[in-house]
Ligand binder design. Structure first.
Ligand code: DX5
Ligand code: ZN
Length: 229
């Protein structure tokens, strides 16, 4: 079995947008990734930032950038984020016209290819696409806003996603995003997640770097295949 470990990807959606470079520096000592939420005001009812800002963030941080694209027509726009140097680019399957072609384009531009599912999108129709992906993102809130309550109802799908990955003997990371906190992260890890996005739980803390460590310590023992600490 591939060895896995708990990775934490703090979402800067909950950071101070007037000081993003400083906010990234606060998590850099302990985070694995910087999660950047790109929203276009169409796929989700919120508008955040786009390629020029992502390019500036990539230049401003030592962390690899984990781009979560909540946008229409990712087939057209997502490869530019990979070309800009994002370490990981995740598109929503609900918005993609040709997810396999898009995943291949992301990989050939040098990024890890991620595909996201909204809470009501089943995993089964996409299970055969897993070999084309480096990460599957199972949303645990409706995408669009930080600070929402975790949807426990998604946990059985998370479990089935992990089974689909393990059954194909793939090394695909399984990310959760939405309402992940000290109260919910163990449930996510037990269900099979190994990459954890947290916005308000990190940036709402007095010490974001320490909050990242605390989340990893909680999740780690529950990540199947992880080496004991
Ligand atoms: C929501 C975004 C999340 C958001 C999570 O659509 O994709 O990344 O920042 O925020 P919390 O952790 O506060 O739920
Ligand atoms: Zn996100």
């Amino acid at each position: 079995m591939t060895e896995r470990r708990a990775q934490i990807s703090p979402s800067i959606l909950s950071a101070d947008f007037a000081h993003l470079a400083d906010e990234l520096a606060r998590i850099a000592p302990t985070a694995d990734w910087a999660h950047v939420d790109v929203m276009d005001g169409h796929f989700v009812p919120n508008l955040t930032l786009g390629l020029p800002v992502v390019e500036a963030l990539i230049a401003a941080t030592s962390l690899p950038v984990d781009c979560h694209l909540m946008i229409e027509d990712p087939d057209r726009w997502a490869p530019q984020y990979a070309e800009a140097g994002a370490g990981s680019v995740t598109f929503h399957v609900e918005a993609a016209a040709a997810p396999v072609r898009l995943a291949r384009a992301l990989r050939s531009a040098g990024a890890r290819a991620g595909m996201a599912l909204k809470p009501a999108t089943p995993v089964e129709p996409y299970a055969d696409l897993l070999p084309e992906l480096d990460m599957l993102l199972v949303m645990t809130v409706e995408p669009g806003f930080g600070g929402q309550s975790f949807l426990d109802v998604v946990l059985p799908k998370l479990r089935r996603a992990r089974e689909a990955i393990a059954g194909r003997d793939l090394d695909v990371w399984l990310q959760v995003d939405g309402g992940v906190s000290a109260d919910t992260i163990e449930r996510c890890a037990e269900a099979g997640a190994d990459v954890f996005v947290a916005g308000s739980a990190v940036y709402g803390a007095d010490d974001p770097a320490r909050a990242v460590e605390a989340l990893r310590e909680k999740a780690g023992p529950h990540v199947a295949g992880a080496r004991p600490a």
